[in-house]
Design a protein around this ligand. Structure first.
Ligand code: ADP
Ligand code: MG
Length: 264
């Protein structure tokens, strides 16, 4: 029996900018259909890591394989058919309606000089529906609330029809209800489409509750990769964040959750 090809395989990834090394030899293997959360302090290199996977940034050395093929073997449109990316931050300045913006996600499927087809419009409508954003279709992007914006960014990534989704802090600026909304959306996508998800978050408890695996970065190095239960350990979290945590069981599931120790 041959082993399944992993969705992502990263070996010894190093990224430098202006003589500063931002990522130091990060390795990670993600099997297809896994939901991986990426955690770590501010400035650890989480966003840089996602951008290298998506070739927004070019790694200095190391190897990245996407569905078994080296990143270099993909043209940018071909890569965009494999990897959808939801960047950190907003859509404030985007001078498009939601529908037009989500249609941009179809660009890897379009040939030059060919207008979008009914099939592209259908794909965008489906993506908006999947992300619960259909009713926003005609709204200008700059009018969206934080939660709506995240749904639209996710819809645009879904319109790409990619089998791997990278999300950079999709819940950070949302209120608790809208955080849950996005987490539920990702869980549903994962369940219904078996898409591979890599999601950066500062919410350790949400990461533990929703993901199959966690990668922790600190100072540009992968310092932990494993199941959530192995991350939720005093020493692992202290070393990662320089912060003590108290551990409490989830009132309904008993799963181990954390509270920062100095919090009142
Ligand atoms: P995270 O997403 O984990 O907060 P980032 O990947 O955004 O971290 O950044 C990692 C580190 O790299 C930070 O210290 C940041 O200041 C630095 N960095 C990122 N991009 C550049 C750049 N273009 N020039 C210099 N330093 C950078
Ligand atoms: Mg970041």
């Amino acid at each position: 029996m041959t082993a399944a090809v992993p969705a992502l395989e990263v070996r010894d990834l190093t990224y430098r900018v202006d003589g500063t090394t931002i990522l130091h030899g990060v390795s990670l293997r993600v099997e297809a259909g896994r939901h991986v959360s990426i955690v770590g302090p501010n400035g650890a290199g989480k966003s840089t890591f996602l951008k290298c996977l998506n070739r927004i940034l070019l790694a200095a050395s190391g190897e990245i394989k996407v569905n078994g093929r080296p990143l270099a073997a993909y043209s940018q449109p071909k890569l965009a058919r494999e990897i959808g990316y939801v960047p950190q931050g907003g859509t404030d300045d985007i001078p498009f309606t939601v529908f037009e913006f989500a249609m941009l996600g179809r660009y890897p499927h379009l040939s030059p000089f060919t207008p979008t087809t009914e099939a592209d419009e259908e794909a965008v409508r489906n993506a908006l529906a999947m992300a619960g954003a259909s009713e926003l279709a005609e709204r200008p992007c700059y009018t969206l609330s934080g939660g709506e914006r995240q749904r639209v960014l996710i819809a645009a990534a879904l319109a790409q029809d990619a089998r791997i989704l990278l999300l950079d802090e999709p819940t950070t600026f949302l209120d608790p209800h809208h955080q849950q909304d996005i987490l539920k959306l990702l869980a549903r996508l994962h369940r219904e489409t078996n898409v591979t998800i890599l999601s950066v978050t500062h919410d350790i408890n949400a990461a533990a509750m929703t993901s199959d695996e966690i990668l922790a970065l600190r100072d540009g190095r992968a310092v932990f990769h494993g199941p959530p239960a192995d991350l939720m350990q005093e020493k692992v979290l202290l070393d990662l964040f320089d912060q003590s945590f108290l551990f409490v069981p989830h009132p309904k599931t008993g799963q181990r959750l954390v509270i920062p120790e100095d919090a009142q």
